[in-house]
Design a protein around this ligand. Structure first.
Ligand SMILES: C[C@@](CO)(OP(=O)(O)O)[C@H](O)COP(=O)(O)OP(=O)(O)OC[C@H]1O[C@@H](n2ccc(N)nc2=O)[C@H](O)[C@@H]1O
Ligand SMILES: Nc1ncnc2c1ncn2[C@@H]1O[C@H](COP(=O)(O)OP(=O)(O)O)[C@@H](O)[C@H]1O
Length: 286
């Protein structure tokens, strides 16, 4: 069998409201995931056992890696003892709130489902994905903007796309998701229209007045503990972005821009200090 290579894209959260805490400790939330043009490349080749290598030596390639965990979860589900060699070209920063690990896990599930001819039904893949991480189903099931509730695994395709240039910056701080969920300032009770309304107005009418509804509930705690991250957001606004926000639990920050020139100028301003990605309007994962 031949090798196959696939891209695993990063996401940003356009608005993120934490709405409650479940008895198992997980938090319920309301968010909109959007894809950005920053991706890892995974290559799968035949092998006798499940093995993995990665272009970034900082990332463990053992049983803790989400690619290996996804491969094992699928093999266990299918009752197979097949092997695979996974090579990960890691480009997406981790501990960034960009979902890179979750995207790698989803790409592994989808690719091995074909590579090993498991043909697991979608419902089963969704269950496996959720067991690997709350963000994993998004990468498995969507290519564009998706509205997420539950713990992030209940998804609705919005059939919308962002009509803006997106500049995504990684300030270099690695922030653990567990830390962020322990330290955010809860605001569970809120009487606001749901994020779908805001996204529809923003995408269909370019109505930027709705941006005030797009808070990210991690920002206060993250900016208190990592002031440099808050400063990057302020600088993005200063550079002309119509809206800027932390993505997920950080530390990545993104800004939306009307014009390509302004977005490229912003990249030029930050690229010597931060890893950056520029995403064109109406971007989808493909
Ligand atoms: C915050 C978000 C926003 O999209 O993304 P990131 O910033 O990590 O990219 C997600 O909720 C992260 O999802 P994901 O990274 O898949 O989380 P998981 O691996 O399932 O969970 C890691 C830990 O985060 C906490 N957790 C995660 C999701 C959730 N809805 N409630 C939680 O409380 C739990 O303590 C859990 O043990
Ligand atoms: N394939 C992978 N890519 C990235 N991180 C991984 C991977 N496998 C396991 N991890 C672990 O998951 C953590 C969170 O990674 P990631 O999902 O990229 O960030 P975030 O949750 O901030 O979006 C990393 O710090 C790392 O310890």
């Amino acid at each position: 069998m031949k090798s196959i290579s696939v891209k695993a894209f990063a996401k940003i959260n356009v608005g993120l409201r934490i709405t409650g805490r479940r008895p198992d400790g997980y938090h319920t939330l309301e968010t909109v995931f959007a894809p950005v043009d920053w991706y890892d490349v995974l290559t799968f080749s035949p092998a006798d056992s499940i093995t993995m290598s990665c272009s970034n030596r900082e990332l463990a390639c053992d049983e803790s890696n989400l690619c290996v965990r996804a491969a094992r979860a699928l093999a266990d589900f299918a009752g197979l003892s097949h092997g695979v060699r996974i090579e990960l070209e890691k480009n997406i920063p981790f501990g960034a709130g960009l979902g890179g690990g979750s995207s790698d896990a989803a790409a592994t599930l989808a690719a091995l489902n074909r590579f090993w001819a498991v043909h697991a039904p979608l419902g089963e893949l969704h269950r496996l994905a959720t067991s690997l991480g709350a963000d994993v189903p998004y990468f498995l099931e969507s290519k564009g903007l998706a509205y997420a509730t539950g713990i992030g695994e209940e998804l609705e395709d919005l059939n919308l796309s962002l009509p803006f240039w997106v500049v995504t910056l990684f300030p270099g701080e690695q922030i653990s998701t567990v830390w962020a969920y322990k330290n955010f300032h809860p605001r569970f009770e809120r009487d606001v229209p749901d994020l779908r309304h805001a996204l529809r107005a923003l995408c269909e009418q370019k109505d930027t007045s709705v941006c005030s509804l797009l808070e990210n509930d991690f920002e206060t705690a993250v900016f208190e503990h990592f002031p440099a991250v808050g400063a990057i957001k302020d600088e993005l606004l200063d550079a002309g972005s119509l809206y800027a926000s932390l993505s997920g639990s950080g530390s990545a920050v993104f800004g939306l821009f009307h014009s390509e020139d302004d977005a490229r100028r912003a990249v030029g301003r930050f690229e010597s200090r931060c890893r950056c990605a520029l995403t064109p309007p109406s971007f989808t994962m493909s």
